[in-house]
Ligand binder design. Structure first.
Ligand code: KG4
Ligand code: ZN
Length: 346
């Protein structure tokens, strides 16, 4: 099954062709980062306009590179949610038009589910069936959650953030340190030369049971707002001096707090559930220190650590087409009438 996948949920415009759910024949991504950089975050209006002008080119390129050709496309898959409404609409409208023109099914994909599936892309990746059940840490600019996966399409959200996502914590912290956008990769790089233990920042909050958690275990939930406030106070008391070593130490200490919050929750989750693997997905899973710490956590728990290849960590369409090719997603008669869902749940 040759699936054309389309992803426009946030600020990446992506198209890909994947054969039988794993064989990525083409994966084209246009990152809008330079357009949003001056604003310090994604501007929805700019994002959707850029999707409109860039998506046709990404699709043409993916189909041409794949060697499959328009005649070989068996289905079209697109992200229907969660994400920015005006951005999702562009990808779904494009996918709907192509599906109609080719007279092939349109498959609606959940973006978070696709991120989790990204660890199974490419022929050399493990097979999904061999890894069940596993825990997935989803860490991106918009999401932070721990999910128990018992099969494709079978998910239980064990914990999530009650405020900022881990990627947001990186981006907002970097903004306060005047480092630029997106902050995650910048902090990651700077932190390599700094002392991560020098300054103590709060590690993801200590949550109490509350209706807001909807029955989730507080020990597996996150709060990053206190960390941001702690950085604000730190910068008030110790303003940036222009000293490169001091900045590296601040970045390393701040990063350590986020990484320890994530690693600590994963350790707790692994102690409570009998699973084969820990998967880490989303843009923040590129973080070097996080990968290092989670390798320790997985080793201690005796489970396999599943990481996506760097090209599948951030938003991409290979994970969309791959998941659809693996038999997941919503398909069927009502496909052409289905609307986007910006708040789609896993
Ligand atoms: O998955 P993604 O591309 O988009 C969303 O779906 O949100 O994730 C983007 C996030 C940004 O917040 C960015 O700062 C973060 O991933 N990020 C990183 C690193 N690379 C990207 N965070 C920490 N360390 C990195 N190396
Ligand atoms: Zn994403």
């Amino acid at each position: 099954m040759n699936v054309l996948g389309i992803e426009t949920s946030c600020d990446e415009t992506a198209a890909a062709v994947v054969v039988d759910g794993r064989d990525v024949r083409a994966s084209c991504i246009f990152s809008q980062v330079a357009l949003h950089g001056p604003y310090g975050g994604v501007v929805p209006e700019i994002a959707s306009r850029s999707h409109v002008t860039t998506l046709p080119r990404m699709i043409e390129q993916a189909v041409a590179e794949s060697g499959v050709g328009w005649g070989g496309i068996d289905a079209v898959a697109a992200t229907f949610g969660p994400g920015l409404a005006s951005s999702l609409l562009v990808g779904v409208s494009g996918a709907r038009g192509i599906a109609q023109r080719l007279n092939k099914p349109l498959i609606a994909i959940n973006h978070i589910e696709a991120h989790i599936y990204s660890v199974f892309l490419d022929g050399d990746a493990p097979q999904a069936v061999d890894m069940m059940p596993f825990l997935a840490l989803v860490v991106s600019g918009g999401h932070t959650m721990i999910v128990r996966v018992t099969g494709l399409g079978q998910y239980e959200v064990l914990g999530r953030t009650v405020d900022d996502a881990a990627g947001e914590a990186f981006d907002k912290g970097a903004n306060m340190m005047n480092l630029g956008y997106p902050g995650g990769p910048i902090i990651d790089k700077l932190a390599r030369d700094g002392d991560a233990q020098a300054i103590h920042f709060p590690r993801g909050g200590r949550l109490k049971p509350s209706p807001m958690l909807g029955g989730m275990d507080p020990a597996l939930c996150f709060s990053f707002s206190g960390l941001k406030t702690a950085l604000l106070y730190h910068l008030r008391d110790t303003p940036l001096s222009g000293d490169a070593q001091a900045l590296a130490t601040l970045a390393a200490s701040y990063q350590e707090a986020i990484v320890e919050a994530l690693a600590g929750r994963c350790r707790t989750a692994l102690a409570g559930y009998d699973v084969k693997a820990l998967a880490v997905v989303g843009g923040v899973s590129m973080n070097g220190r996080l990968r290092e710490r989670l390798a320790d956590v997985a080793r201690e728990a005796g489970v396999t650590l599943l990481l996506s290849k760097p090209r599948y960590c951030a938003d991409n369409a290979a994970m969309i087409a791959g998941l659809a090719g693996a038999g997941e997603g919503i398909r069927g008669g009502a496909d052409l009438a289905m609307d986007i869902n910006p708040n789609m749940r896993l």
